[in-house]
Ligand binder design. Structure first.
Ligand SMILES: O=C1O[C@H](COP(=O)(O)O)[C@@H](O)[C@H](O)[C@H]1O
Length: 247
């Protein structure tokens, strides 16, 4: 399945409304579920207002945080207190303000070497999943929240990267493509979610978004599929008035 097939699209007026809409969607998804609810978080700037919305007291009170497990789709290989850390951003915007049990927060380790960290995180994911191989009928995550960079990258899968072809390892170290090494889940693991959710905003991403949605293989976000449903949450600036929500 490619990003171009079986996708649902919601276009919201602006980034603030987008964040509120996705927060409400997530609250409803958690409320409708039973048992553990696992979410893979993205980093960068786009999800920050969403995390802040989820931490607002009235909304946070509607979430059974004891069932929520937080993972990350990718991480910069920097200490957890480094300003570039995806974990630190989520902690400051949300985790520090909600009653989630500490044991339910599963950041990507950033000690040792990047390769060791990738191996350790794959172990963490497999232990949570209670399986060594992904079964497409039993997704690892309830929700995998993804973003897209201006170059079309998603998680830490960059255009032309060897990591895009990885089908066996669940997590890989990406070295030499960015100033700092990255740790990223690979495509089959990113796809293993009941809902793979892209949140993309801003006029500067119109062009890569259009290519991703057309399934352009040179745009990593366009290579992501979902073992469940694929949802694009967009603001009008990135949709550019050109997106038919039924596409
Ligand atoms: O490097 C990253 O970038 C993407 C996109 O970030 P944004 O700032 O353009 O929203 C993000 O999805 C990814 O998790 C992050 O590590």
């Amino acid at each position: 399945m490619s990003a171009a097939s079986a996708a649902v699209t919601s276009v919201l007026p602006d980034r603030e409304t987008l964040a509120t809409h996705v927060a409400e969607w997530l609250v409803d998804e958690i409320a409708r579920s039973t048992g553990p609810f696992s979410i893979a978080l993205s980093g960068g700037s786009t999800p920050r207002p969403l995390f802040e919305r989820l931490a607002e007291p009235a909304r946070a009170a509607r979430i059974d945080w004891s069932r929520v497990h937080l993972f990350w789709g990718d991480e910069r290989f920097v200490p957890h207190d480094h300003p570039d850390s995806n974990y630190l951003m989520a902690r400051r915007a949300m985790i520090d303000h909600v009653p989630i049990p500490p044991g339910n927060v599963h950041p990507v380790p950033t000690h040792g070497s990047p390769e060791e960290a990738a191996r350790d995180y794959a172990r963490t994911l497999r232990d949570f999943y209670q399986g060594e191989r992904i079964n497409p009928t039993a997704p690892l995550f309830n929700v995998n929240l993804l973003g897209m960079g201006g170059d079309g990258h998603t998680a830490s899968l960059f255009p032309g990267s060897l990591a895009l072809s990885e089908r066996d390892d669940w997590v890989v170290a990406v070295i030499g493509e960015k100033p700092e090494p990255r740790i990223t889940l690979t495509l089959p693991v990113l796809a293993s979610a009941a809902s793979v959710v892209f949140m993309v905003e801003g006029a500067s991403k119109q062009e890569p978004l259009a290519r991703a949605r057309a399934g352009d293989p040179s745009v990593p976000a366009g290579l992501v599929w979902s073992d469940g449903q694929l949802i694009w949450f967009l603001d009008e600036a990135v949709a550019g008035g050109k997106i038919d929500p039924t596409d």
